[in-house]
Design a protein around this ligand. Structure first.
Ligand SMILES: [Zn+2]
Length: 648
C-alpha cells in the first residue's frame, strides 16, 4: 500500500474511533491501540511533510456535541505532550534546559483518567461547568457537575476564576454501581464521561462522581507558580490527589513516576500516567506553546493495562470452594509487555450482565498480580455465540447448583476441588510441606481417599506404602516434612484452611492484629474491618466461616492432629505494640515508606480511627480521620515528630 493510501486509511479509522470515544462515550478499542495508529499516522505525516485536511493530529480532544449548550472557555485548555519512556522524558528536560539554560523546579501530579472539566466561579459562586470539548469551546454540563457532592459550589475568592480538573468515578463507586446495575459500566473512565455527558443529571448523581482539581485557567487572582495554584485549590476545599509534589531534577521526576506506577493498583481511581509542569508561570511564558500543546508540560504515560481482543472460547474450572469459574480463552494479546491469552469472566451472573458472547471483541484489563479480567464487549461480531450455562460439573458430572451469581458443583467428591484444596493446604505460603505437590495430592485422593488437611496430617508410613513413585526414603521424607509443618504460624494456618478471599497478605495482617487463633475466631465484623485491606465482603467471609459448626470442628480436629501455632515475633522498636493510622499526604514519605518504618519499629498500621488506635500520623489534607482522632483524644503527630520518634 502506498503511503498516501495508508494515511487515508489511518485518518478514517482514527476519526471513526474518536467519534465513538468522544461523542458517544462508547470506545471500541483501548487507548493504547488508538495511540499506536495515531503515532503511525504522525510519523507518516512527518516523513511526507504534509497531512490530510481531516487528520486527527490537528485536533485537541473531541469536538463538542450539538445537544448541549456550547460555551467558550476564557482561556484555552491545551492537551499535553506525551512521552512513554524515561529517554523521551530526559529529551523533554533537555529542551527545557536549552530554552532556559537550566532545569527549573517541576511539579509532579497524577494524570487522571476521566473527563476534563472547566469550572467558572464568579462572585464566589460556581456559575458554569463545561467539558474541555475541543479546547476552545466545550459543552455546558453545570447541572451534571453540581451532583458531585464534595465539589464546593461557593468559594471565598470573589473574582472570576476558572478551576480545571478531572471528573472521575472512584473504583469503589464503580463497584458499588455495577453490583446492582442492569448494565454494568465497562470502566470508570466511561462511567464518568458518560454520566457527565448524559442530558439527564440524575445519571451523574446516581453514579457518585468526584472532581479532582489540578489547575487554574483564567484567573483574576495573582498566581506565580503551580504550587500557589495547588495551595489555592486546597484552601478553597477542592479535592486534590495526595501524590502531588515538586522536584528539582529529572531523576527525581522519574522516581515520582516509578513510585506512582507502583502505587497505581492501590488507588481508588484510574490514572494513566503522571504530569510534569514547570512550576514558575513566568518561565512558562518564556518556554512557550506549540499549536497543540504547551512546551512547559509533559505527560508521562504508563504502560497500557487495557486492550481489546477476540473471545475465542470459555472453559469452566472447578475451584477449591466448588465454584465453577468461567475462564475466557482469548486471541493472545500484548498488554503492557505481557502476552495475555486467558482471562477471568468472574461468574455466570457477570457473563449475563456484560452480555459477552464467544466471537466478540472484548476489553481486557490487566493490573499487577491480578488475573486479567474481561470488562465488556468492544464490538459485537456477527454470529457470536451465547455462552452456555453448564448444568453439570465439567469434571465430576454432578448437577450444578446456582446461588446468586455463582454456579457450584454439588458433587461431594469432585476431584479438582479436593485436590486443589489439599495442594493449597500444603503449599509454600500455607503449611509448607516440603516435597508435596499437586501430583501427591492427586495420588493421595485417588488411592488413599485423603480429602482434607486432617487426613493429610494423620498420614502414616503404612498408609503410604505401595503408592506409585513412593519408595521408603521418599515416604520417610514426606512424613518428616509433615511433622515439621505442624509447627507453624498463625498466618500460615489461616491461609491454609482456605477461607474464601483470604490471601497471604490478609492472613498476615490478621495475625498482626489478633495475635491468636481464638482472637480471630471470635472477632466481630466490626473488629475485622479495622484491619487494613479488609472490607465488608472479606469480614463477612471470615465471620461466616467461623460461625459454621463444620468449620470450627475442622479447625479443632486440625489442632488435635498436633498443630502448634507459634506466637508471632514482634519487631522491637519505638512503636512496639502500637496501632497507628496514616492520613493525609506527608511532606516526604509515601504511604508505603511510612508503613514500612512503622512495622519495622514494631507498630501496626490500622485502616480506620477507633478507640483501639494509639497514634495518628497526619500529613496535609488529612480529612475525616483526623477529625475523628481529635474527637477521641488520640495523639496526633506530624512527619517531623514521627522522624524524631524513630530517631532519624
Ligand atoms: Zn464436580
Amino acid at each position: 500500500m502506498d503511503k498516501l493510501a495508508r494515511m487515508k486509511e489511518l485518518v478514517a479509522t482514527l476519526n471513526e474511533w474518536a467519534k465513538l470515544y468522544y461523542e458517544e462515550d462508547a470506545p471500541v478499542v483501548s487507548d493504547a491501540e488508538y495511540d499506536r495508529l495515531y503515532d503511525e499516522l504522525r510519523k507518516l505525516e512527518e516523513e511526507e511533510g504534509y497531512s490530510l485536511k481531516d487528520s486527527p493530529t490537528h485536533r485537541v480532544g473531541g469536538a463538542p456535541q450539538r445537544k448541549f449548550e456550547q460555551s467558550k472557555h476564557l482561556k484555552k485548555l491545551y492537551s499535553l505532550d506525551k512521552c512513554q519512556t524515561s529517554e523521551e522524558f530526559y529529551e523533554w528536560c533537555a529542551r527545557i534546559e536549552k530554552a532556559l539554560g537550566y532545569l527549573p523546579t517541576l511539579t509532579c501530579e497524577y494524570k487522571f483518567d476521566g473527563l476534563t472539566l472547566n469550572l467558572l466561579y464568579e462572585n464566589g459562586k460556581l456559575q458554569k461547568a463545561t467539558t474541555r470539548g475541543n479546547g476552545t469551546v466545550g459543552e455546558v454540563v453545570t447541572a451534571q457537575v453540581k451532583t458531585i457532592k464534595k465539589l464546593p459550589t461557593s468559594i471565598s475568592f470573589k473574582g472570576r476564576i476558572e478551576i480545571q480538573g478531572e471528573g472521575i468515578l472512584r473504583l469503589s463507586n464503580l463497584e458499588k454501581y455495577n453490583a446492582t446495575a442492569a448494565e454494568p459500566l465497562k470502566n470508570a473512565r466511561n462511567g464518568a464521561a458518560g454520566a457527565i455527558r448524559s442530558l439527564d443529571p440524575s445519571v451523574a448523581a446516581e453514579r457518585g462522581l468526584s472532581f479532582m482539581a489540578y489547575n487554574i485557567g483564567y484567573s483574576e487572582l495573582e498566581l506565580d507558580t503551580q504550587q500557589s495554584m495547588h495551595k489555592f485549590l486546597v484552601d478553597e476545599g477542592f479535592e486534590v490527589e495526595g501524590g502531588w509534589r515538586t522536584v528539582n531534577s529529572a531523576k527525581d521526576a522519574m522516581l515520582f513516576a516509578a513510585e506512582t506506577e507502583e502505587e497505581r493498583p492501590n488507588l481508588d481511581y484510574l490514572i494513566d500516567g503522571v504530569v510534569f509542569k514547570v512550576d514558575d508561570l513566568r518561565l512558562r511564558d518564556e518556554i512557550g506553546v506549540t499549536e497543540k500543546f504547551p512546551k512547559w508540560a509533559v505527560a508521562y504515560k504508563f504502560k497500557a493495562d487495557e486492550m481489546t481482543t477476540e473471545l475465542k472460547d470459555v472453559e469452566w474450572q472447578v475451584s477449591r470452594s466448588a465454584k465453577l469459574n468461567p475462564i475466557a480463552i482469548l486471541e493472545p494479546v500484548d498488554i503492557g509487555g505481557v502476552t495475555v491469552s486467558r482471562a477471568t469472566l468472574n461468574n455466570y451472573g457477570d457473563i449475563l450482565k456484560k452480555q459477552v458472547r464467544i466471537g466478540d471483541r472484548v476489553f481486557i484489563r490487566r493490573s499487577n498480580d491480578v488475573i486479567p479480567e474481561i470488562m465488556g464487549v468492544a464490538q459485537r461480531q456477527e454470529g457470536a455465540k451465547f455462552i452456555e450455562k453448564p448444568t453439570v460439573c465439567p469434571v465430576c458430572g454432578s448437577p450444578v447448583e446456582e446461588s446468586g451469581a455463582f454456579l457450584y458443583c454439588t458433587g461431594k467428591h469432585c476431584a479438582p476441588q479436593i485436590i486443589s484444596a489439599l495442594d493449597h493446604f500444603a503449599s509454600k505460603d500455607a503449611l509448607d510441606i516440603d516435597g508435596f505437590s499437586e501430583k501427591t495430592a492427586e495420588l493421595l485422593f485417588n488411592e488413599r481417599h485423603i480429602f482434607d488437611g486432617v487426613g493429610l496430617l494423620s498420614l502414616t508410613k503404612e498408609d503410604m506404602l505401595g503408592l506409585e513413585g513412593f519408595g521408603e526414603k521418599k515416604i520417610g521424607n514426606l512424613i518428616a516434612s509433615i511433622e515439621k509443618a505442624k509447627h507453624t504460624t498463625l498466618d500460615r494456618f489461616l491461609f491454609a484452611i482456605g477461607i474464601e478471599g483470604i490471601g497471604k497478605k490478609t492472613a498476615r495482617d490478621l495475625q498482626k492484629r489478633f495475635k491468636t487463633l481464638e482472637g480471630i475466631m471470635s472477632a466481630s465484623e466490626e473488629e475485622l474491618l479495622e484491619v487494613d485491606g479488609i472490607g465488608d465482603i472479606l469480614a463477612k467471609n471470615i465471620t461466616d466461616y467461623f460461625s459454621d459448626e463444620k468449620n470450627r470442628d475442622y479447625v479443632e480436629r486440625l489442632i488435635a492432629c498436633g498443630i502448634t501455632i507459634e506466637e508471632p515475633e514482634e519487631a522491637d522498636g519505638v512503636f512496639k505494640g502500637m496501632r497507628i493510622v496514616l492520613t493525609g499526604s506527608l511532606p516526604t514519605y509515601r504511604r508505603g515508606e511510612a508503613t514500612a518504618l512503622i512495622e519495622g519499629a514494631g507498630g501496626e498500621v490500622a485502616a480506620s480511627v477507633s478507640k483501639t488506635v494509639d497514634l495518628v500520623l497526619a500529613g496535609e489534607d488529612a480529612g475525616s480521620k483526623l477529625e475523628k482522632a481529635q474527637k477521641l483524644g488520640i495523639k496526633i503527630i506530624d512527619e517531623d515528630e514521627f522522624k524524631r520518634m524513630l530517631g532519624i
